[in-house]
Design a protein around this ligand. Structure first.
Ligand code: 6PG
Length: 256
């Protein structure tokens, strides 16, 4: 995960050079959180101006705000509490302390994303600025783990979330991975990002990765759906890559 961390640090520095700030969407799970820990441990971490990084989450478990299951809490423990973030740039999805249902928390999160997009639109003085603000701010990098069933964020095979076409954020019930209640960005929202990085490790993911790279239908294999507008990177270890045709594997990515 040190290699993914180094790549992320470099990316954030590059984006800050270009735009003055950078926006990253984090994920939960062992690889997502392990990557953040590796960023915190990296001697290159101070190269990023962390006070000018906007943090959002691709999904969150709908539990109490102090629950150790919260992706945001795990991200704070792994990285955010070790770097000088600007609190107003850290956009944690709402918890079950603040909202009665995951759908209400999803609506609130979608509203905050819209507001960030509107603020960005108002500040954009460029000639090619669109007339209307979009419903999402510019996203530079989305990190996504992949489950053994090929889920990404909290979009699970055959469930309503992965079929969602209109909304940017959905409430999720009956998640096969505990806890059952979650909120998640939708695939159309994820696919507005410039870069999507699939971060995957372990042999139990090999089937999911193989099917995704073979171009399976995202409703059955959500991991085949994400596409960054500039690029989509698969940063996977050798075990997770064991069912990918060898011609598609670039060895420098192995062990990432
Ligand atoms: O909240 C979550 O659980 C996730 O965001 C989920 O999508 C995760 O990223 C994958 O399940 C991969 O998790 P692992 O890296 O632990 O396999």
């Amino acid at each position: 995960m040190a290699a993914i961390a180094a790549r992320l640090i470099t990316k954030l520095v590059d984006v800050q050079d270009k735009y003055g700030e950078a926006t990253v969407v984090l994920t939960g799970g062992t690889v997502g959180i392990g990557t953040l820990r590796a960023v915190a441990d990296s001697p290159a971490a101070p190269a990023v101006d962390w006070s000018k990084v906007n943090f959002w989450w691709g999904d969150e478990r709908f539990v109490g705000s102090a629950d150790p299951d919260r992706n945001t809490k795990q991200a704070f423990d792994a990285l955010l509490s070790h770097i000088p973030v600007a609190p107003e740039r850290v956009h944690s999805p709402g918890s079950s302390d603040e909202f009665g249902t995951p759908e209400e928390a999803a609506e609130d999160y979608a509203r905050r994303l819209r507001e960030a997009a509107a603020t960005e639109h108002a500040a954009d003085m460029s000639d090619d600025r669109p007339e209307e603000p979009s419903s999402l701010p510019r996203i530079d990098v989305v990190l996504l783990g992949v489950g053994p069933d090929a889920h990404i964020a909290s979009l699970f095979p055959e469930q309503a979330g992965i079929r969602e076409k209109d909304r940017t954020v959905v409430g999720v019930r009956n998640s096969p991975k505990p806890p059952p209640l979650r909120i998640s960005l939708t695939l159309p929202a994820i696919n507005t990002a410039a870069e999507v990085w699939m971060v995957v490790a372990g042999e139990d993911k090999a089937g999911a990765v193989g099917l995704a790279l073979a171009g399976a239908n995202p409703v059955q294999v959500p991991a085949s759906g994400p596409r960054g507008t500039s690029r989509t990177l698969w940063l996977i270890d050798e075990n997770a890559a064991s069912r990918v045709p060898q011609q598609l594997v670039r060895k420098d990515a192995a062990g990432a």
